[in-house]
Design a protein around this ligand. Structure first.
Ligand code: 5GP
Length: 125
């Protein structure tokens, strides 16, 4: 089944400027903004500007420039937040994908969570 992108999803509306956001970084290929319901002292979402539903979608159909641009934006935000491994205490990077990944917004986003110890990776349930 082909990937289908819903251009009415909330992050598409943020990209079009229809909904405000607390921007941390904007580049040619990515936008990073603070999560509206932060789960940690630092909780930033990094999205590609292209219409990709999930990580695997970007990896399969994105251009090298889009993939590199989004990946580098994630790293840049880690540096900006002071959580990167070279100069900070680390972070957790999450891309919830699809039904089993419990993805709520169907536009690829990396959650960067940091500023506290993040505990176990996932619950067993
Ligand atoms: P998912 O479960 O899809 O990985 O996570 C979606 C995330 O988007 C959630 O953490 C939620 O708090 C965040 N979110 C949902 N709507 C908005 C919004 O309008 N603005 C911002 N900044 N974050 C949102």
């Amino acid at each position: 089944m082909p990937y289908t992108y819903d251009d009415q999803n909330i992050f598409a509306k943020i990209l079009r400027g229809e909904i405000p956001n607390d921007t941390v970084l904007e580049t040619d290929h990515a936008l990073a903004f603070r999560d509206i319901t932060p789960q940690a002292p630092h909780h930033v979402l990094v999205i590609p500007k292209g219409p990709y539903v999930s990580f695997d979608h970007l990896a399969k159909e994105g251009s090298d420039a889009e993939i590199a641009g989004w990946t580098r934006a994630v790293g840049q935000v880690c540096q900006m937040l002071g959580v990167s491994v070279d100069s900070g205490d680390g972070y957790r990077l999450i891309c919830n994908s699809g039904a089993h990944g419990v993805q709520e917004v169907p536009h690829l986003h990396a959650h960067i969570l940091g500023g506290r110890h993040m505990g176990r990776m996932i619950s067993k349930s």
